[in-house]
Design a protein around this ligand. Structure first.
Ligand code: 5AD
Ligand code: SF4
Length: 486
């Protein structure tokens, strides 16, 4: 059974909104409240799940958002409803992130609070899924024995059956953290926050071993999904009203190598799908991007958006070597130059880590200079956080917190300057905008994104949500553009 499209006039509220300038969402959180309980009435073929009121809270990256939306799809198909207010829920479901200590600390905070609630409300179900569940499920079970269900990154497709087992009286905490290689959600359609935009995971896991990163250990080795399967999922989403898909992979450029195919072939196959207007993909690895990709993006440019998220992480070759990133600053610049030459108009986002082990003042200045030279459209800037079990855990975390803070601030300020300059340069231009819906701060305005993901606000009414419109840019700030419909 496929999920019902969400009514555009009734966009799903989120408990906590994700900041626009942090599409990596790392360390952020958002709650999903997607299904309309009325629409689900009478669809109850799974009595152990039907009618369950779920509060689903997602921490971490887009892959986690996708997983949450798919699990919401599985539960929704079985008659669960989703509630924005955790106090109304029968099941609190936390989808967790391990990429930095901060994200984990917040989950521990939530679990601590739930322990108190569960004392007064023993019927409440608590489930933990995702990266922390995979990495330290047993520890969570021991420290929070009131948790009912713990599901790792590779068992998510079985979430509904596992929940049924809990409801049938299986001993808790029920732990499902096997290392099976892949996740198959079958034909489930995601219950999305947005009716018009959707993620599709095209690879799972990561074969890189960047020394600071926990992902290869929480998500395992990289496995690609067959082209036909991705095309079928995109077709189901388009039929469900989706206009924009974003393909997800930790290193999206290696998509398909295990299957004898590649990302540009997938883009060619997705391009003809009726109803789809925009195709995006993240995240690119500088060492894996091929010129064929830039050429394909240009050739398919009416639907494949000219935007690439390619983290540099650092501008210092010594730091890049210690991070085991596999490229130098010069090589990174070469890759970007090819992209800009072969796909004119392409814009770039990057990630940066400040304060990695041994990062000297001069190393940091090299990152600062690289950002100034690159002029990314946006950047996600992180202070290094030691992760247990990673190779870098053996290196000293020797940059003082205060220095990390100052370096973080300096890159943020530089990015803001670059964004402001670029946004100002677009005043007077006409931009194609995919309308996302009414602005949260001003109901007389619409919010949408340009082809290169710049945020635009302009006067308009909710009936335009989901359509592509031409907007003339009339003014700009560092964060967004203000326009008028042409
Ligand atoms: N500390 C700080 N930032 C990290 N990232 C990944 N691991 C860490 C860590 N241990 C950042 C990288 C990556 C983004 C998703 O998170 O910049 O690109
Ligand atoms: Fe982590 Fe590196 Fe893989 Fe990205 S490419 S998920 S930073 S190991």
């Amino acid at each position: 059974m496929s999920a019902q499209p969400l009514p555009a006039a009734n966009p799903a509220p989120r408990g906590v909104e994700t900041p626009d300038h942090d599409p990596d969402l790392c360390g952020t959180e958002g709650s999903i409240y997607l299904a309309d309980p009325q629409a689900l009435a009478g669809r109850a073929s799974h009595p152990l799940i039907a009618g369950t009121r779920v509060h689903l809270l997602t921490f971490g990256c887009q892959m986690n958002v996708y997983d949450s939306e798919m699990v919401a799809g599985l539960l929704g198909e079985r008659g669960a409803a989703f509630v924005a207010d955790p106090a109304q829920a029968d099941l609190i479901l936390l989808n967790t992130c391990s990429v930095r200590a901060h994200a984990e600390d917040r989950v521990h905070g939530r679990l601590g609070a739930l322990k108190v609630r569960k004392r007064h409300e023993p019927g409440l179900l608590v489930a933990v899924m995702g990266c922390m569940a995979q990495k330290e499920g047993e520890h969570i079970a021991a420290r929070y024995p009131f948790v009912d269900l713990i599901v790792g990154t590779r068992q998510l497709h079985q979430f509904a059956q596992l929940l049924e087992r809990v409801r049938e009286g299986a001993p808790t905490p029920l732990l499902a953290i096997d290392e099976t290689p892949s996740v198959q959600f079958g034909e489930t359609v995601a219950r999305r926050e947005s009716p018009h935009q959707a993620f599709i995971a095209v690879t799972r896991g990561c074969n890189k071993r960047c020394t600071y990163c926990v992902v290869p250990y929480t998500r395992g080795p990289e496995v690609s999904r067959p082209v036909d399967e991705v095309v079928a999922e995109a077709g189901r989403l388009a039929a469900d009203g989706v206009k924009e898909i974003t393909l997800l992979g930790q290193t999206i450029d290696t998509y398909g190598y295990d299957l004898g195919t590649n990302l540009w072939t997938l883009l060619e196959r997705l391009h003809p799908i009726a109803g789809l207007e925009r195709i995006r993909f993240i995240t690119s690895h500088p060492e894996e991007c091929r010129d064929e990709l830039w050429r394909a993006m240009h050739a398919l440019g009416d639907k494949v958006m000219p935007f690439v998220h390619m983290p540099a992480q650092s501008g210092s070759d010594a730091v890049l070597r210690r991070m085991a990133r596999g490229y130098t600053k010069a090589r990174y610049l070469e890759v970007i130059a090819s992209a800009r030459k072969l796909c004119p108009g392409i814009e770039l986002a990057s990630d940066w880590i400040v304060g990695f082990s041994g990062e000297s003042d001069a190393d940091f200045e090299a990152s600062f200079e690289l950002m100034a030279e690159l002029k990314p459209q946006m950047s996600y800037i992180f202070k290094y956080s030691v992760r247990e079990g990673t190779p870098a855990q053996r290196l000293p975390d020797d940059v003082p917190e205060e220095a990390k803070k100052i370096r973080h601030r300096r890159l943020l300020d530089l990015q803001e300057e670059i964004s402001l300059e670029q946004n100002r340069a677009s005043v007077g231009r006409v931009e194609q905008v995919l309308v996302e819906g009414l602005s949260k701060n001003d109901p007389t305005r619409l919010t949408g994104r340009t082809r290169t993901r710049r945020l635009v606000h302009f006067p308009g009414t909710a009936d335009l949500a989901g359509s592509l419109v031409d907007v003339k840019i009339v003014s700009a700030t560092g964060l967004s553009l203000l326009g008028e419909r042409c």
